[in-house]
Design a protein around this ligand. Structure first.
Ligand SMILES: Cc1cc2nc3c(=O)[nH]c(=O)nc-3n(C[C@H](O)[C@H](O)[C@H](O)COP(=O)(O)OP(=O)(O)OC[C@H]3O[C@@H](n4cnc5c(N)ncnc54)[C@H](O)[C@@H]3O)c2cc1C
Ligand code: FES
Length: 319
C-alpha cells in the first residue's frame, strides 16, 4: 500500500448528491456518490487527501436562511472551486467496478458554503480529485493520537475509521477541541466511565476526549494542553506513537511543540487559501526546512501536502 500518497492520478468527475443534512447550527453533512470513472480514481483515497468542488452554478439560499454576519458577502461571485476533505469514504465493489461514496462535513462561513446549503438529493456537482498527499501510516505504528481542532475534525474522523478498518491493532484516541461546545462539528455523549466522548468516534470504536477553550464541554483549555496532560499520565513508546493533527495553524504549531517535547513524530494537515488546487497558481505556499541548518524553501500545500511532517514546517503563527 502506498500510504498517504495518491495511488492513481487525479481527474475531473461528476458526483451526485445523496443527501445534505444540517448537523449543528453552521455544520452540514454532504453525502455524494461518484460517477463510475471517478469511483475508480477515488477507490484508494487516503485520509487527508481532498477534492475541489465547482459551486459556481448554485443559487443562494432564501435570505431568511443566510446568517446575519454573512449577508454582506453572500452575493460575491464564486468563481474558484473550493477544497474539501472527507470525513468518510466507502467503496462498494459492483459488477461494473467500484462504487465510491464520499462524506463531507462543511461549515457555512462564506459565499460558496452558503450556496452548498441548497444542495439536495439528485443534484450533480463537478469535482477535481483526489488531490494532495494524505496521512502516512507506518508499519511500526501502535498508538495513534489524533488532535482535531474545530473544522479540522473531518479528515481525522476519516483517519479514525480508516485505522479501525485497515490497522485494527493500532490503539487510537482522538482529542477534539474547539472554542466552545457549539463550535464542535460533532455530537457529544457521556461515555462508559470515561466522561464526555464524541459519538462519531465512539461509533467507530475509537476512544475520544473533548476540550473547549471556554470550558463549556469537557476539559477547559486548549486541546493540546488536554493531550499534554494525557501523555504525562500514560506510558508512551515514542518509536510506536504518532500524532496526527488537523485544525487552525496555532493548534498545529502547538501539536508540533508537544510532539517535540515528548520526542514523538507528528503529521500536521495544513490549510492555505487554494486557487487551483493542482500546483499551478503557487497561491498555497508553505515554508519548510530544507534539511540544512537555517535554510528553508517553499512547498505547495495542495500538491506536496496538505499533510506535512511537523518538524519540517515553519509555522506562521505560534501556539
Ligand atoms: C485541504 C483543505 C481541506 C478542507 N476541508 C474542509 C472541510 O472538510 N470542511 C470545511 O468546511 N472546510 C474545509 N476546508 C476549507 C474550505 O475550503 C473553505 O471553508 C471554503 O473554501 C470557504 O469558501 P466560502 O466561499 O464559503 O468562504 P470564503 O469567503 O472563501 O472564506 C470565508 C472565510 O474563511 C477563510 N478561509 C477560507 N478558506 C480557507 C483556507 N483554505 N484556509 C484558511 N482560511 C480559509 C477566509 O479567509 C475567510 O475569512 C478545507 C480547506 C483546505 C485547503
Ligand atoms: S492552490 Fe494553486 S498551486 Fe496550490
Amino acid at each position: 500500500m502506498e500510504n498517504g500518497v495518491a495511488v492513481r492520478h487525479k481527474g475531473v468527475f461528476t458526483a451526485e448528491v445523496l443527501s445534505n443534512q444540517q448537523i449543528r447550527e453552521c455544520y452540514y453533512r454532504l453525502n455524494l456518490v461518484l460517477d463510475p470513472i471517478g469511483s475508480r480514481f477515488f477507490e484508494h483515497v487516503v485520509p487527508g487527501q481532498f477534492l475541489e468542488i465547482d459551486l459556481s452554478g448554485l443559487s443562494l439560499p432564501p435570505e431568511r436562511h443566510i446568517p446575519a454576519e454573512l449577508r454582506d458577502i453572500a452575493a460575491r461571485q464564486v468563481l474558484l472551486r473550493r477544497p474539501f476533505s472527507f470525513s468518510d469514504v466507502v467503496t462498494t465493489p459492483t459488477q461494473d467496478g467500484p462504487c465510491v461514496k464520499l462524506e463531507i462535513v462543511y461549515c457555512v462561513l462564506g459565499p460558496a458554503t452558503l450556496r452548498m446549503m441548497t444542495l439536495k438529493s439528485g443534484d450533480v456537482l463537478s469535482l477535481i480529485g483526489p488531490l494532495g498527499n494524505g496521512f502516512k501510516i507506518f508499519q511500526t505504528l501502535k498508538l495513534a493520537v489524533l488532535i482535531a481542532g474545530g473544522m479540522g475534525a473531518p479528515p481525522l474522523l476519516h483517519l479514525g475509521g480508516y485505522l479501525r478498518r485497515h490497522f485494527p491493532a493500532v490503539e487510537t484516541i482522538c482529542f477534539a477541541g474547539a472554542r466552545s461546545c457549539e463550535d464542535l462539528p460533532f455530537t457529544l455523549k457521556i461515555g462508559n466511565l470515561t466522561g464526555l466522548v464524541v459519538d462519531e468516534f465512539d461509533t467507530l470504536g475509537v476512544a475520544s476526549q473533548v476540550a473547549t477553550d471556554d470550558g463549556s464541554a469537557g476539559f477547559k483549555g486548549f486541546v493540546t494542553d488536554c493531550v499534554r496532560h494525557w501523555l504525562e499520565n500514560h506510558t508512551i513508546k515514542p518509536e510506536e506513537t504518532m500524532i496526527f493533527a488537523c485544525g487552525p495553524e496555532p493548534m498545529l504549531a502547538g501539536a508540533a511543540r508537544l510532539a517535540a517535547d515528548f520526542g514523538l513524530a507528528c503529521q500536521v494537515s495544513m490549510e492555505r487559501m487554494m486557487a487551483c488546487g493542482i500546483g499551478l497558481c503557487q497561491s498555497c505556499a508553505i515554508e519548510v526546512n530544507k534539511g540544512k541548518a537555517d535554510e528553508t524553501e517553499y512547498k505547495l500545500c495542495c500538491k506536496d501536502g496538505p499533510v506535512f511532517d511537523s518538524r519540517n514546517v515553519i509555522f506562521q503563527v505560534q501556539p
